[in-house]
Design a protein around this ligand. Structure first.
Ligand SMILES: Cc1cc2nc3c(=O)[nH]c(=O)nc-3n(C[C@H](O)[C@H](O)[C@H](O)COP(=O)(O)OP(=O)(O)OC[C@H]3O[C@@H](n4cnc5c(N)ncnc54)[C@H](O)[C@@H]3O)c2cc1C
Length: 406
C-alpha cells in the first residue's frame, strides 16, 4: 500500500500554525502549572480555547458544519502531533481525550437531534464530556464482554444500574456516554447499548476521584455509581444492542489520536534532552559527544520516526474506509512503548535535572506510562495481533485445500 507522506498544503499550513500557537500560548501555561491541567480549572480551559479560536487552530477534527476544519485521519496525524508538543496543546485545540473521541463517535452515530444537543456544544468547547465503559472487577476492562452495568426497560425509557471506574474527565462533564448491557449476561459478546446521560440525572454520582500516577487529564479519573438512573428512549445512542459495534467506531481512531498526541510529547522530551546534551560539559567534552549518549539520542530518533509511519499507515487505511484493526493495534502497541522509551532516555540524559521539577520530563514520564494500559494494553493488542495473523494462515491453508481439492 502506498502512503503519500506529504501533507496537503492546507494541512501543512494548519500544522505550522498549530506548532507556533502551542509554543506561544500552551507551553507557558504548561510550565506555570507543571503540566497539571486541572490546576488551572475551567478558567484555563476557556482561556486556552479562546486563544486557539483566535489563532484559527481550534477543533481541527470536526466537520465544518460543527465549526471545525474537517481533517481526515492523516491530516489529524500531522496536526495532533504538533498540538501534542505541550500537555496543554490538545486541551487548547479541543482535541483532548475523551472529548475528541466522543465527538468522532457522535458525528458517526448520533441522530440529528442528539448532534444538536450533545455534539455541537462539545465541538464548540462550551461543555466537556466523558465515556464510561470500564468497571471494577469482575466487570468490563480488557475484556469488554464482561460488561456488568445493566439497563432494563421501564415505562418511557430505561433504568441504568452499575459502577464504572477510571472515567476520565467525569468531574465537570456535562454528560456521560455510558455503556450498559441491555441483553445477555456478562461474558456474552453482544447486548451492549450506549446511553447519553446528562450530569445531574438522579442516581448518577461520582463516588471518588481515583489517585493516579498521571495528572494531566482534565477532570481526573473518577469512579461513578449508577443507581436506578432513569433515562428516556431518546438517550439511546444509535441502536439498542449495538454498543460494542459503536465502541469499535470510537476505539480505532481514538487509540491513534492518543498515539499522535503522545508522539508530540516524545518529540518535546527528545528536544529537552538534545538541548541538554549540546550544552552540558563533562570529562573534557560535551555530553552529546559521548557515544552512549549519542546511541540514546539515535534510538529515540528511530522510535519517533517509526511511530510516525505506523500511525500514518493505520490512518491511511481508516481514510480508505477500511477497519485498520490490525494496523491500529500495531501502531498503538509500538507507539505506547516507544514514547515511554523516548521519555525514559531523555530523563536519563538529563541526570538529576530530569527527575526534578525544573524541567517537565518527570511529568511526561508519569503521563505516558498509563498509555500502555488504556485503549487496550500492550498485551491485549499483542494477543489480538497474533490471533489475526494466525487466522490469516489458517484461511490460507483452507483455501489451498479447496483449490487443490477442486
Ligand atoms: C489513565 C487511564 C484513563 C482511563 N480512562 C478511561 C475512560 O475514560 N473510560 C473508560 O471506560 N475507561 C478508561 N480507562 C480504563 C482502561 O480502558 C482500562 O484500564 C483498560 O481497558 C484495561 O482494563 P483493566 O484496567 O480492568 O485491566 P485488566 O482487564 O484487569 O487487565 C490487567 C492486565 O492484564 C493483562 N492482559 C490483558 N489482556 C491480556 C491478554 N489477552 N493476554 C495477556 N495479558 C493480558 C494486561 O497486562 C493488563 O494490563 C482508563 C485507564 C487509565 C489507566
Amino acid at each position: 500500500m502506498t502512503i503519500d507522506l506529504n501533507a496537503d498544503p492546507r494541512v501543512a499550513d494548519l500544522a505550522a500554525r498549530t506548532a507556533a500557537f502551542v509554543r506561544a500560548v500552551a507551553v507557558p501555561e504548561e510550565e506555570r502549572l507543571s503540566g497539571v491541567a486541572g490546576a488551572g480549572g475551567e478558567e484555563l480551559r476557556h482561556h486556552l480555547q479562546q486563544a486557539a479560536r483566535t489563532a484559527g487552530v481550534f477543533a481541527p477534527h470536526v466537520s465544518s458544519e460543527y465549526g471545525g476544519h474537517g481533517l481526515d485521519m492523516r491530516g489529524r496525524a500531522v496536526v495532533f502531533e504538533e498540538a501534542g508538543w505541550s500537555l496543554f496543546g490538545p486541551l487548547a485545540l479541543n482535541i483532548a481525550a475523551p472529548d475528541e473521541g466522543n465527538m468522532h463517535l457522535l458525528e458517526a452515530v448520533a441522530t440529528a437531534e442528539q448532534k444538536e444537543k450533545y455534539l455541537r456544544p462539545l465541538a464548540e468547547g462550551a461543555v466537556r464530556s466523558c465515556f464510561a465503559m470500564t468497571e471494577p472487577a469482575p466487570g468490563a476492562g480488557s475484556d469488554p464482554a464482561a460488561l456488568a452495568t445493566v439497563a432494563t426497560p421501564t415505562a418511557g425509557g430505561w433504568l441504568v444500574n452499575g459502577r464504572k471506574w477510571f472515567i476520565t474527565g467525569a468531574d465537570g462533564a456535562a454528560y456521560t456516554i455510558c455503556m450498559a448491557r441491555t441483553s445477555g449476561q456478562p461474558g456474552d459478546r453482544g447486548g451492549a447499548t450506549m446511553f447519553l446521560i446528562d450530569a445531574g440525572t438522579p442516581g448518577m454520582r461520582i463516588t471518588r476521584h481515583i489517585e493516579t500516577l498521571d495528572e494531566g487529564f482534565f477532570g481526573g479519573h473518577c469512579e461513578l455509581e449508577f443507581d436506578d438512573v432513569f433515562v428516556t428512549e431518546d438517550a439511546v445512542l444509535g441502536e439498542v444492542d449495538k454498543g460494542f459495534e459503536y465502541a469499535q467506531v470510537r476505539l480505532a481512531p481514538a487509540r491513534l489520536t492518543h498515539c499522535m498526541r503522545w508522539l508530540g510529547i516524545a518529540r518535546r522530551a527528545q528536544e529537552i534532552a538534545v538541548t541538554r546534551a549540546s550544552e552540558r560539559e563533562m570529562f573534557g567534552s560535551r555530553l552529546g559527544d559521548l557515544g552512549m549518549v549519542q546511541a540514546m539520542i539515535a534510538d529515540s530518533e528511530i522510535d519517533i520516526a517509526a511511530s510516525r509511519l505506523l500511525i500514518l499507515q493505520a490512518c491511511a487505511e481508516l481514510d480508505q474506509g477500511r477497519s485498520a484493526a490490525q494496523s491500529s493495534s500495531i501502531a498503538k502497541t509500538f507507539v505506547a512503548e516507544a514514547v515511554g522509551r523516548v521519555v525514559d532516555r531523555s530523563l536519563q540524559i538529563c541526570g538529576a535535572l530530569g527527575i526534578s521539577g525544573d524541567v517537565l520530563l518527570s511529568r511526561y514520564y508519569r503521563e505516558v506510562r498509563p498509555f500502555r494500559i488504556y485503549d487496550g494494553s500492550s498485551e491485549t493488542h499483542r494477543w489480538a495481533i497474533a490471533k489475526r495473523r494466525l487466522r490469516e494462515s489458517v484461511l490460507a491453508v483452507e483455501s489451498e485445500k479447496v483449490s487443490v481439492g477442486g
